[in-house]
Every structure is written in C-alpha cells, then in structure tokens.
Design a protein around this ligand. Sequence first.
Ligand code: AMP
Length: 430
Amino acid sequence: MSTLTQPIQGMSDITGAEVRLWRWMEETARGVMTRYGFEELRTPLMEHESVFVRSIGDTTDVVQKEMYVFEKGGRRYCLRPEGTAGVMRHAAGLGPQETDGARWFYLGPMFRCERPQAGRKRQFHQCGVECLEAPSPVVDAEILALQMDLLQAWGLKNLAIHLNTRGAAADHAPAAAALRAALAPHEAELCEDCRRRIGQNVLRVLDCKNEPCKAVVAGLPALTSFMSQESRDYLDAVASHLSVMGVPYMIDPLLVRGLDYYEHTIWEIVGTAAGSQSALAGGGRYRIRLGERELCGVGFAIGMERVAAALEEAGLAAAHGAAVPLDLWLVGLGDAAREANLALMRSLRAAGLSCRMAPGGSMKSQMRAANKSGARFALIRGEDELAAGTANLKNLATGEQETLKTEAIEQRIQAISAAAAPTAASGEPT
Ligand code: AMP
C-alpha cells in the first residue's frame, strides 16, 4: 500500500455521501444537545501528555498503550485519545463561577493507536457531553436520557443501556482489595493480562473476554457487594429516575469501563450490530484533579463511526447521504455569451441558486458536462439569445425547454423548486 496515496492504516478519508450523512448526524446532535442546555466547546486536538496521564490514569490501556505521544522542544505532547480530559483541562483554568453548572458538548476526531479492525479505528470521531453540575443521581439520569434521545433522533432502535457503578471514592480501595482477595485463589486460572491486572487495575479482570477468566468471574460476588450502602443507594436512585422518564436500562454487574476517573454511575450503550464492536457509546460520572482544581462531572461519548455503521445497517443512511443537485449548468456559445454567463452566474449565486459552467468548449461538450454534473437545468445562451436578452432553460431530467427573459430566470427556477419541494407532511428528508 502506497504511503503517498493511502491514509495511515486505521484512518480514513470521509467523502461524498458519507460526509453528507455525517453533517446531518452532527446537525441533529447539535439540535438535541442544545435543547438540553449544552453549549459547544472546541478544544485542541493536541494536549500536553500529562493532561491525560493525570485524568485517565497511568495504569489504563489508553495511557499505557494507545496514545500517540511525541516530543518537541523538550515537551511531551499527545493527540487526544478522548474528549473529557481536554474539556476538564479547559475547566480547570477557569474559576468556579464559570464552571459550576457548566454544560458543554464536543464533536471531533480522537486518536488511539489500536489494532485496526471493523469498528475500531486509529482516528475515530466522538460526540460527547460534559456536565459539571453538583453530583446527583438526577443529573446522571438526565444525561443518560439525553444520550438515548440523541441516538433515537438519529433513528437508532433496539438500544440497551448497560448500567453499573464504580462506587463512591471511599469505596474504591476497599472494593479493589476485596476483589483481589476473591481472585487470589484463582490466579493460576487467569490469563497473563489478568494476572498483571490484579496488581494494577484489578477491576478490568471483570470485563476480560477470555473464557477461563469469564468462568472465574462468574463465580465471584457482584462488585457492589464490596461497596457501601451509599454507593448502592446512588445506583438505585439513578435507576429509579430512569424508570420515571421511561428510559429502559439493565444493571450489568460486570461493566467497569476502562478509565480511572470514574466514580459512581458508569454505563455503556450497545446496539444490535453483531460482534464485539457493538458498543455505540459509553459514559459515567467522574472526579478529575488537574492543578489546583478538582472537578466533578458526568458525561458520555458516542462513537460516530459506529453510529454511521448502524444507520447503514438499518438502511437509514442513504436518505441522508443523497447529493443535493446543482440548480443550473450555464452553457454559453461564443465568447460574448460565455462572458455574459460568467456575470449572470454571480448574480444567480447571490440570489441563492447553485450553478456552474465550463470554462469553454463546444455546445456538445458543455451539454455533456451539464448532464454529468446532475444539475437540474441547463441554461443555454448563444449570440441570438444574448441579443434578445433571453435564455433557453432546459430541464435535464425531462428534456423540456422554455425561453425566458434573462431577468425572469431566477424567479422561474425558484417557482419550479417550490412546486417540486416535498411538503413537511410527506416525511421526506429535506
Ligand atoms: P470510550 O471513550 O472508549 O468509552 O469510547 C466511547 C465510544 O467511542 C465507544 O463506545 C465507541 O463507540 C467509540 N470508540 C472508542 N474507541 C474507538 C475506536 N478505536 N474506533 C472507533 N470507535 C471507537
């Protein structure tokens, strides 16, 4: 594969119908998130490495294996592997009056040096939110409802929320110690990764995909049994608020999520697509200390590639990927007509019509270009039409042709467009 003609492995050019689908997805997302009181925040794609090491945790897979890190001028930078840490770095530089109650969303690329496979890329895109309101199960449930509303606004159905808790901060060390003790008699049965995880990041043993590890885990008490009543009550409250809002969920005692900053509620949303890449989104409540500030928030991130794939699979992508045809292709015969068309094209564009013309060529080649472009009409002017102040408007789909006064062109096309536009009641995409 040539490095001069192909993108880096695990990264893709997004083109044509895909771009149109993505733009619709992004605009839909902006609309839903704005209705929940969120404002867009755009942080840089590159940060100091320490921002992620501090917030995500230095024993996580993301920090240990997946970040693109590089050095320049004696400083270590990285491409962002996720969105929360950058938003928190932004918040940590502000005063409490600017961050208390802040609701931000982001849309953009993330970078992880993983083994590329279906649904797992090295550059992928996330749509996420961070909500810095005072910790409350009410807020967690509202954010989960937002995430479901958003996935449903895109047209996705049959989604399952897997819900669990990492417990209050005070429970983390005792729960990890209890889990370690419960795993100790089974150490020899675990895979090499999990034996290493016992010392470093023991919770990750719970979501290991290896069968022998799964068998050991199946015999353990639920993680919540090692937590305080406060932690269990918090999870119950989130669950009951979800029920009140009619948001379906299932408690998944083995869900742990990969990052260290979580506290209390965690979740993943799984779609119906086959295979291990069916996780469309993840989220949870977290506490992050950066510099002098400790920030508590709740947020989620949705994988846009996975949503686009799910829409494709459900047959919902094509409607949003359709190209909008040009209104007009101007055809001019002779130098004078071409010059006049150049000026006319400018005023038609200023009036909101989309148009193009070929820089020269025969009538035949210009008409060929017009047909190839998919434009709705060709506007044809030769010397006679120019002298008479008229033009021939040809409907390229039907072949019908009419002669119009130049000044009536814009109005005529707008009128035809209005007559052809789908009504709101027809339910067709606009
Ligand atoms: P995470 O930050 O790992 O919880 O990821 C949140 C969501 O982003 C996941 O549920 C996926 O939909 C998506 N995602 C994470 N990593 C990748 C990746 N390497 N390629 C594509 N999508 C990803």
